[in-house]
Design a protein around this ligand. Structure first.
Ligand code: FDA
Length: 500
């Protein structure tokens, strides 16, 4: 009798069976630190206090992802998926609790295939938005895709939560324009739209990242843009009437023609009016002088360019070239805290005076970035996708505060953003006070696992979940129960399963 050679069956051996060693980074490997840090945007989480993964897997092919899921489940090691790493709370690469987990980092899976004739593209989750925009413009300069402003954002997390930028009034959110997707589910099975089924395909288009499996690639609809678009950036100080202009902008901007998006950044003692118009300066001028003459926009403010150039111009400045949107390290890395709100009724002028007079001039004060809705983003029914912020929304506010330093949490910016958010409560949406899931904010609540249970609690989840998804939260939770009843794909704000 020759005893069988014991086969090592731990988590690492399981991964090693199907994933080449060069794609596996253990804490002891020299590559671990640089791979982990490669897409961390919020320096708060690049700290010795952060709970880091045991391993990072950087798949180059679908079977690697399938093997990672199967091994993780078999050995009880939780998984986090990371595409561009821009999550404001770092949920794609860190855990709040000291549980063992590993990362599937999609950064090596970032191909973009554009079909100009069919006006569609397949884009892998690890691509950054800049890579998608660039590839579209190379094949079809007359086509575009409506997604975020910052070119380093990852497609995977961004589309999962909705995703909007300067084309939101013309074409809605990115998720509205997804027509198919491939995904690895909690059993390691690969699906497309048809095999995943209606609820599952609905859930991944706006229901937030992580909860429903690993989206490998997305097929998107490309949309027509004219050869020339016009960008303007007009700063106005308080002395130049910023308060009156912002007060008027609130109702004006959501009612403008869909080809014109004017957003506002309120910071310090000024408001920056930044616009993208799908057309020439000559077509924009009469529109501005009839609808918003107080802004004083004239020909000297016009910057005419192609749509893809506007991406570089708006995010990276007027000297940036189109190729700069391919740079994967171009966005600032800082310590940051972010929150969001939705406004349905214009905020009175007196409140704006207070916002500028007291709040934006405090030590540690950040920025309010306000994106007007209306037109296409507001047209779908609230339940058409999990992204529910539609009819009646005047604009979205993103409160941004960031700071540089030596890693010591800075009190002034963090208390500013919390106090500012409390001050804004009477002026923004209520029951629930809505928030945008891509502007992740753990202050809204985190999942809990009930004593003796092993899945996230539905009731606790509902408290934060309704703020991101309104009534869509229940359908998301029922879908979660169908596709991942054991709650394997879990993080602090993943959708809990609603088990009947
Ligand atoms: P990351 O990789 O961190 O993932 C975010 C979440 O999605 C995590 O929970 C993660 O597990 C999950 N996930 C990632 N890949 C997945 C996959 N393949 N399958 C399933 N789940 C996956 N938003 C916006 O709408 N408009 C904008 O203009 C901007 N601008 C902006 C600028 C900057 C500098 C930052 C840091 C962020 C923004 N955002 C934004 C917010 C951004 O849309 C949001 O953080 C996205 O979730 C980022 O997607 P990433 O893939 O980069 O993040």
């Amino acid at each position: 009798y020759i005893p069988a050679k014991p086969t090592k069956d731990d988590f690492l051996s399981c991964l090693n069976r199907d994933i080449p060693a060069r794609l596996l980074h253990a804490r002891s490997s020299p590559s671990y630190g640089s791979v982990l840090a490669s897409t961390i945007r919020n320096l708060k989480f690049l700290s010795s206090k952060t709970v880091n993964p045991l391993y990072i897997v950087t798949p180059t092919d679908v079977p690697h992802i399938q093997a990672a899921v199967v091994c993780g489940r078999r050995h009880g090691v939780r998984i986090r998926v990371r595409s561009g790493g821009h999550d404001y709370e770092g949920l794609s690469y860190r855990s709040e609790s000291p549980e063992p987990f590993f990362i599937v980092d999609m950064s090596k899976m970032r191909s973009v295939r554009v079909d100009g004739k069919a006006r569609t593209a397949w884009v892998e989750s690890g691509a950054q938005l800049g890579e998608l925009y660039y590839a579209i413009s190379k094949v079809s300069p007359g086509l575009a895709f409506p997604a975020g402003v910052c070119p380093t954002i990852g497609v995977g997390g961004h589309f999962s939560g909705g995703g909007f930028g300067m084309l939101l009034r013309k074409f809605g959110v990115a998720a509205d324009n997804v027509i198919d997707a491939t995904l690895v589910d909690a059993n390691g099975k690969l699906h497309d739209k048809k095999s995943m089924g209606e609820d599952h395909f609905w859930a991944i288009r706006g229901g937030g990242g992580e909860s429903f499996g690993i989206v490998v690639a997305w097929q998107v609809k490309l949309l027509p843009v004219p050869p020339t678009v016009t960008v303007f950036q007009i700063p106005k100080t308080l002395n130049e009437g910023a308060v009156d202009l912002v007060t008027k902008w609130q109702e004006l901007a959501p009612a403008l023609p869909e080809d014109l998006m004017i957003r506002v950044m309120a910071q310090g003692q000024r408001a920056m009016f930044e616009a993208l118009f799908l057309g020439t300066c000559s077509a924009l001028l009469p529109l501005m002088s009839s609808r918003f003459p107080e802004l004083g926009m004239n020909r000297s403010h016009c910057n005419e360019m192609s749509w893809v150039q506007s991406i570089a111009f708006i995010h990276l400045g007027k000297n940036a070239g189109v190729k700069d949107i391919l740079n994967r390290t171009s966005s600032i890395r800082a310590f940051g805290k972010y929150k969001s709100d939705y406004v349905f009724r214009p905020i009175p002028k007196g409140v704006w005076q207070n916002i500028y007079g007291s709040w934006l001039s405090k030590p540690g004060a950040g920025v309010m970035i306000m994106d007007p809705y209306g037109a296409t983003i507001s047209a779908p029914d609230e339940s058409a996708t999990p992204f529910p912020h539609r009819k009646g929304v005047l604009y979205n506010i993103q409160y941004v505060t960031f700071w540089f330093g030596d890693g010591i949490p800075s009190l002034a910016p963090t208390s500013w953003i919390r106090d500012m958010y409390a001050f804004m409560e009477p002026h923004v949406s209520k029951n629930p006070r809505q928030a945008y899931v891509n502007y992740r904010d753990l202050d809204l609540g985190v999942n809990q696992v009930a004593a003796g249970g092993n899945v996230s609690c539905y009731k606790t989840g509902k408290a934060w979940g309704e703020r991101y998804f309104k009534d869509n939260f229940d359908r998301l939770a029922r879908t979660k129960a169908k596709v991942d009843p054991t709650d394997y794909f879990r993080n602090e704000q993943s959708i809990p399963p609603l088990i009947a």
